[in-house]
Design a protein around this ligand. Structure first.
Ligand code: GRF
Length: 220
């Protein structure tokens, strides 16, 4: 974003436009489906312009194809290096021209040049209230730590793991009889709503970033 310092950025999106979304996933794809449902029901003014999976045959990419969406299986194991795989992902993304790249259970780290090219246009969801419990098995980390409240976080992706500016958070109470599975299931329900909420905000409002804070103007 030329002409702006790194701690202050303005949305380049015209809030009146339909959001063009690229979804990257590696597995089940329930967040992807929740976003797709929000679009088809009219809750979210958007269009899924491509779905990319680094794992062939996973439920998320199978469903994307069944729904008639442009679905790309780009197997990381079929590429000689991480960067080689990523350049193929980038090729598809540049062709699809999304406004935002939505990571929905995408289990690959992105290079810093990838993140730089799409600064403040890559969004991720994480199943904890960040900055608590980044990384894998966040729900189990929360349970083992003994927190009474956990939840989920939708955030922009930056060079650090699960650390970019926060768009939306939702909390979930941790119960005495919770297991990692039961807590994960209740957090997942909130994830589906939080991701849609974040995308609706991006579709309907302008935002600016001051330091770490994402500030939305009132919806028009
Ligand atoms: C979700 O728990 C998300 O928070 C995490 O990966 C999981 C993906 O689930 N990043 P799904 O594939 O969207 O069902």
């Amino acid at each position: 974003m030329s002409g702006e310092d790194s701690n202050s950025a303005l949305s380049t999106q015209d809030p009146a436009l339909t959001l063009r979304l690229a979804v990257l996933l590696s597995g089940r794809g329930s967040n992807f489906l929740s976003i797709h449902n929000a679009i088809t029901s009219g809750t979210l003014k958007g269009e899924i312009v491509c779905v990319i999976s680094n794992r062939p045959g996973v439920p998320g990419i199978v469903r994307a194809r069944e729904l008639g969406l442009p679905a790309h299986e780009i197997d990381h194991k079929a590429h000689p290096s991480r960067l080689d795989h990523e350049s193929e992902v980038l090729r598809v993304l540049r062709e699809a021209k999304p406004d935002y790249i939505v990571l929905a259970g995408y289990m690959r780290l992105l290079s810093s040049s990838f993140i730089d090219e799409w600064r403040h246009r890559i969004i991720n969801i994480h199943p904890s209230l960040l900055p608590a419990f980044p990384g894998v098995d966040a729900q189990k980390q929360a349970l083992d730590y003994g927190v009474k409240i956990s939840g989920c976080t939708v955030h922009f992706v930056d060079e650090n793991l699960d650390a970019g500016p926060i768009l939306v958070q939702r909390s979930v109470e941790v119960r005495g009889d919770d297991t990692a599975e039961t807590l994960s299931a209740r957090i997942l329900e909130q994830e589906h709503q939080a991701y849609v909420e974040a995308l609706v905000k991006l579709a309907e409002s302008r935002f600016r970033i001051e330091g770490r804070r994402v500030i939305f103007d009132a919806a028009r």
